[in-house]
Design a protein around this ligand. Structure first.
Ligand SMILES: Cc1ncc(COP(=O)(O)O)c(C=O)c1O
Length: 394
């Protein structure tokens, strides 16, 4: 067991700090969540019960989007958006390779083609300056590119003004993958308003998470919302057994909506707390690592606290040593999506993805959530700084 000078807690490889502490949040809302779940058990409308519509109304109010459509997961929200945008087999969609697989996997699911693009080395989000390279690659391969999926990685929205401009010039739609960035803003606009369509995830570890799988999509487009709502219930028309299109089952469970309504009450405070925790990490670590750079016009929902280790540092060794003093760390992401075998046949932007390769080598993420206390954060940063100093002197 090792103690920090600034913390009375003892941690070790057998007694690790939680990477994300969902129990700390639950303690604050448990009686209300219990009541909300009880209410669902009492009325028994497990599918599309009243909580689902209430949640959609509140999510629309929160984001400022005209329509919020709840879904069974973030991945299904992306798929429903793509169906509503009219994606066809063989169409191409530009997407960053430095992301979670779901950002790209939704294209092959619908017979379409992800075109892997580069990210910015500081913000880690889709680089508007390299979009042309992705488009050129697709053009050369004879692929008809129809849209772009930027990803609000680790909580920070992409440079949506530049991306929307590029999209307008080339007659493409933009679908914002905001699975990690709900609650963030860019140029004063909330996530949910910055693209033709936006998809988010309520996976438990997300900034706003439920107690299972869940997601939502946002749009101002009436037609798009209508198609997405129909497609999430088997392509249903006005009459339940009247099918207007091919669809699927992608509804949010009433139980999850009930949980989310309670969590949404806490969310604005949690966003502020996340920013304060990220600021604390930044000020302790900024001289020894390169934290994800937050654009001057952006806020982040800080889904993860990520930074780049200096080039040449043995990341496995750092993780090993952190673990020995009870500090978990995670690598988001070890490989670009395009490097995984199932994606090997899809095109990569001309000029390659050297930034993605570099980030995959150097990125690391430390324990982070809205309720991590100062002592625990100090314990983590004290040990991290010591480990980095020892490695430097070795
Ligand atoms: C960037 C990104 N896109 C999409 C998803 C998919 O969300 P879900 O797990 O709710 O399907 C995730 C979830 O981890 C994600 O991080």
């Amino acid at each position: 067991m090792i103690k920090s000078a600034s913390s009375s807690a003892s941690y070790s490889a057998e007694n690790m700090i939680p990477f994300i502490d969902l129990a700390a949040q639950q303690k604050r809302i448990r009686p209300d969540v219990d009541k909300a779940i009880q209410a669902v058990l009492d009325h028994g409308m497990y599918i599309m019960g009243p909580e689902v519509q209430t949640l959609e109304d509140q999510l629309a109010a929160f984001t400022g989007a005209k329509h919020a459509v709840s879904t069974s997961s973030g991945t299904d929200a992306l798929i429903l958006c793509l169906m509503a945008l009219g994606l066809k087999p063989g169409d191409g969609v530009i997407v960053p390779s430095f992301s979670f697989a779901a950002s790209a996997e939704v294209m092959p699911c619908l017979g379409a083609i992800p075109i892997f693009a580069e990210v910015n080395p500081h913000s880690f989000t889709l680089d508007p300056a390299r979009l042309n390279d992705a488009l050129a690659t697709a053009n050369t391969a004879g692929i008809n590119v129809v849209g772009i999926i930027p990803v609000g990685l680790f909580g920070q929205p992409s440079d949506m003004t530049a991306i929307n401009q590029f999209a307008d010039q080339h007659h493409l739609w933009v679908l914002d993958d905001a699975a990690q960035s709900l609650g963030a803003k860019r140029e004063g606009q909330q996530v949910g308003q910055m693209a033709k369509a936006t998809a988010t995830s309520f996976f438990p570890a997300k900034p706003l998470g439920c107690y299972g799988d869940g997601g939502a999509l946002f749009t101002d487009d009436d037609g798009l919302a209508e198609i997405a709502k129909s497609a999430r219930v088997h392509g249903m028309g006005k009459n339940r057994y009247d099918y207007e299109r091919i669809g699927m089952t992608a509804r949010m469970d009433t139980m999850q909506a009930a949980v989310l309504l309670e969590k949404l009450k806490l969310f604005p405070e949690e966003l502020q707390r996340r920013q304060a925790k990220a600021d604390r990490y930044n000020s302790a670590l900024k001289d020894i690592v390169s934290p994800q750079h937050l654009a001057h016009d952006a806020t982040s929902s800080w889904a993860q606290y990520c930074f780049l280790l200096p080039a040449g540092v043995d990341r496995d060794m750092v993780q090993e040593q952190l673990k020995s003093v009870g500090i978990p760390s995670v690598v988001y992401y070890k490989m670009g999506i395009h490097e995984h075998a199932p994606y090997a046949r899809y095109p990569v932007a001309q000029g390659g993805l050297p930034v993605t390769a570099d980030l995959c080598q150097r990125i690391l993420s430390l324990p982070f959530h809205a309720w991590i206390d100062d002592d625990t954060q100090d314990y983590i940063t004290d040990h991290f700084i010591r480990i980095m100093r020892d490695l430097d002197q070795a």
